[in-house]
Write a protein that binds this ligand. Structure first.
Ligand SMILES: Cc1cc2nc3c(=O)[nH]c(=O)nc-3n(C[C@H](O)[C@H](O)[C@H](O)COP(=O)(O)OP(=O)(O)OC[C@H]3O[C@@H](n4cnc5c(N)ncnc54)[C@H](O)[C@@H]3O)c2cc1C
Length: 306
């Protein structure tokens, strides 16, 4: 997951530019993506809005030749390395918009250290990539660095989220599989009551169930990944895959910790590390609750609850 986390943004992060950016924007930035030279952040989440994205208050006001952006962001990955960020800001106050998704704009903004203060957040896992608070104070972004249409940024920022869910789901499965491998090995090796602990169905069944959950999640993930690759609409499938992989990965890490008994807490066996990493995936990149909200509303046709 450490490896995945550090390259994921280079996979899904540029989708808004690919699908909505001007030819000029693509020419200026995209050639430096495959080489890994151009590092970016995805700056959407805000402390006072949380998962209620349309409630963000970072504001961009029009000036000659561009925009001046001010506001606060939180949990922004990779900011210390980033040269640019895909930044979502309000360009029209919410009260003046017909719909709450209107009046938002995406900027491919410079991570100008004179105008953006970056503060790292100490956290439980995923420490291969930094997570940060950003304090943005009159950051200038040129007109030519607007991605897509001004005021239509909500649609722009959603592009690439299916790819994000799918790549994150792969990392979740990977953790689950690694945890299961370790759990199974330990269950074969550790002898208590004169026999390997894995000979007890109480433990063997948990490990077997973890395997079944991972396989089932993988099947759904393969389908979602194929649809993303074919550039077909797959909001539902990408969300199913994210939810299932997060649950399966976490279940496997939890079982592995249980099988290891007290040793699961020791650094030597790495299981506590898998557990910490797997837990995050039920919260980010999107919480399990928001996946369920999506399915309830968009797949089942239930009234919107949030
Ligand atoms: C390690 C890490 C890296 C991240 N990287 C980035 C990044 O690079 N860029 C970025 O923009 N963001 C990033 N995020 C932010 C992440 O997407 C959000 O933390 C996440 O979406 C939850 O937002 P929040 O923490 O403000 O939770 P809140 O909005 O405060 O919600 C708290 C809890 O309540 C639940 N909840 C709230 N309202 C409802 C409702 N109506 N129905 C059901 N449940 C509800 C949520 O699901 C959540 O579990 C990252 C987060 C983490 C932890």
């Amino acid at each position: 997951m450490g490896g995945c986390s550090s390259v994921h943004i280079g996979i899904f992060g540029f989708e808004p530019i690919l699908h909505h950016g001007s030819e000029d924007l693509k020419k200026r930035y995209l050639p430096r993506v495959p080489t890994g030279e151009l590092q970016i952040s995805f700056a959407v989440t805000e402390p006072d809005a949380g998962i209620d994205t349309t409630n963000i208050s970072t504001f961009a006001r029009k000036v000659d030749g561009g925009w001046l952006v001010s506001g606060k962001k939180v949990w922004i990955s990779n900011a210390h390395q980033a040269e640019r960020m895909l930044l979502l800001a309000r360009t029209t106050p919410k009260e003046e918009c017909a719909k709450r998704t209107d009046g938002l704009t995406v900027f491919f903004a410079p991570m100008d250290r004179e105008k953006v203060t970056i503060r790292s957040i100490p956290k439980m896992g995923r420490n291969s990539v930094d997570s940060n608070e950003l304090f943005i104070d009159d950051l200038f972004v040129a007109d030519e660095d607007v991605v897509g249409e001004v005021g239509k940024g909500f649609k722009v920022i959603l592009t690439g989220l299916n790819a994000e869910r799918v790549v994150a789901a792969n990392a979740m499965l990977g953790i689950g599989e690694a945890a299961l491998r370790r759990g199974t090995r330990y269950a074969n090796e550790r002898v208590v009551f004169g026999r390997p602990i894995g000979q007890n169905q109480g433990l063997a069944f948990q490990l077997a169930e973890a395997k079944i959950r991972l396989e089932a999640a993988d099947a759904v993930l393969q389908k979602a990944t194929w649809l993303v690759d074919q550039q077909q609409p797959c909001g539902a499938e990408a969300n199913y895959a994210k939810w299932l992989c997060a649950e399966a990965g976490f279940y496997a890490a939890d079982v592995a910790l249980q099988v290891h008994g007290g040793m699961g807490y020791s650094k030597e066996y790495h299981v506590e590390r898998y557990f910490r990493e797997a837990r995050l995936m039920r919260i980010a990149p999107i919480s399990q609750e928001m996946v369920l909200n999506y399915v309830a509303e968009h797949v089942l046709g239930l009234p919107r609850s949030y």
